[in-house]
Design a protein around this ligand. Sequence first.
Ligand code: B12
Ligand code: SF4
Length: 552
Amino acid sequence: MGKALVTLVNPNLVHPPITPYALDILTTSLESDGFDVEVVDLTFRRDDWWAVLREYFAEREPLLVGVTVRNTDTIYAQQQRVFLDDHRAIIAEIKALTGAPVVAGGVGFSSMPFALLDFFDIPFGVKGPGENIIVRLANALLSGESPETVPGLLLNRGGGQVERMALPAAVRRGKPTFSPLNTMTRYTRRSGVALKVDNLRYYRGGGLGNILTKNGCAYACAHCVEPDAKGTHFTRRAVDAVVDEMELLCAQGVYDLHTTDSEFNLAIAHSKAVLAEVIRRRDTDPASPLRQLRLWIYAQPTPFDEELLDLLVQAGCAGINLAPDHVSEDLLDDWKVTGRGRRYYSFEDVRRVVGLTKQYDLPVMVEVLLGMPGETLETMTEAVRETLALDVTVAGYSLGIRAFPYSPLGIQLAQQCDGRQTVPGLQSDTATEPIILKPRTQCASVVEYERQFVFDSAGRFRPVYYLSPLLPEDPETLAAPNGRWARSVQLLWDLVPESEYYRVMLPTLPGITEDDNNYADNPFLLKLIQLGYTGAFWSHWPQRHEIMHGAA
Ligand code: B12
Ligand code: SF4
């Protein structure tokens, strides 16, 4: 019997299922502080989740309930599905079933935490890493101390007022003070244990496990929520802890691991140290479960050298998802930058990295994000031409970007609107009036500032997207707040020769194709899993027609 029970709930109803890694991390910290922890996972019971909650809470009265919110919505301009209603319904059911206070966290939650605390109508939230804050909160509740003593905790004061408790400086008088992150411990990963995250079940049901080597991102790409939501510097985990965890997962039969760092190769010395340790264990122990490892990484075009590639191959890397985002230097200048605003790669670097991977025959996917400010038919054409010329397994193109309250683009759009006018390119499929954003200074509260990126003034979901108005759309489309950039989607398809379709992922509109590159409830993915395929889904993309029609 531990000090008290903390219940962690996974409300993610999207399939294929993705292991709620965060809940293993929170469990590890809470258990090591002496709490009992139970995980109520609704992902595999998405058709009767309420029954699961009723059954569970009929027998338990926890001290605290934690809910992880991984995704707010699909962030996919051609299928703007919002998940927040489901999450609120689940949280409402929990509140009806237990008197325990609810705390929410997660990367999706952290992209608009003040607004979501208010929307979910719960007392507590955490923006960013939550493992140490939840332990502090649980202890405060247990001892009757005020939650206001918990550093970094978000407190809902009611009436749309949310406050964040101060986080002390990381170091005071040379001594480390409170850190929200646990970087030294091997997170406990389990399979087949009741009321814990079941890593093997997720692997069987989703084809991937996951591993974190470091948290946060020190870069500042215009479209990206991650530095704000995860942390603006790299916090490296202890190498042994990371590799122990990979070994543990492989020993449980979870062989394909996807990195969950924002980008694996940034802080490259640390990435190399992790890989070198995997290789050392593989080489010295013939029975090492790491010999079965297949590692899938997210990477930026630089820093990326031959040594990294060599280590990746030796460690069992199975594929690289590379994000050049575009080829036009002019577009990239204001977009793909470090925290100090400097560009860090050119398209030449992308060609070089792809060239290097050819020596090892390592599968590579390149991702291109079209529709950012300044995009025209010419830049789109150039981007497609240049990226198709790369000898990669898959080239993926998306069109349009979700604007978030704290992504540099979101902040800029709010400033340009200035609460007075809409900005050409602002779009939402559910908008019924022009989208006019207010900068933070014009909003009465942080809640109000964040809300406008996902709700309209009547409180209906209206996630805000941006698509370049310089693309050749009809004036009516550009003028309508819910205009669909359908012409650009079609033009994009036309730019790709049919002979290349097999290895290209393109945005889709109903009726264009049976191919869909959205991960959420994607029919091809669901079929892959049914057939027992594992690994990153893009690696099977070129064979999708054979697989779908039973020939592969
Ligand atoms: C890797 C990844 C993927 C991989 C996952 C592979 C795998 N097997 O894990 C793939 C490609 C499959 C994927 C798919 C999708 N993804 Co994704 N993904 C990521 C990425 C890079 C890592 C996620 C992760 O596991 N992080 C590591 C964990 C440990 O961190 P964490 O969850 O944030 O948890 C910490 C804190 O948030 C906090 N915390 C978390 N929960 C809780 C709960 C409580 C109570 C508390 C107190 C604290 C707390 O503490 C934790 C420990 O420090 C993130 C971006 C990022 N850097 O996190 C995007 C990200 C989460 N994905 C995103 C999206 C949108 C998706 C898709 C919906 C895309 C789509 N349309 O198909 C799908 C979702 C599919 C699904 N079933 O859920 C968005 C979410 C944005 C948003 N606001 O909603 C992100 C942020 C990317 C982005 N830049 O926009 N993804
Ligand atoms: S490198 Fe850029 S795109 Fe990648 S996580 Fe960091 S800020 Fe986001």
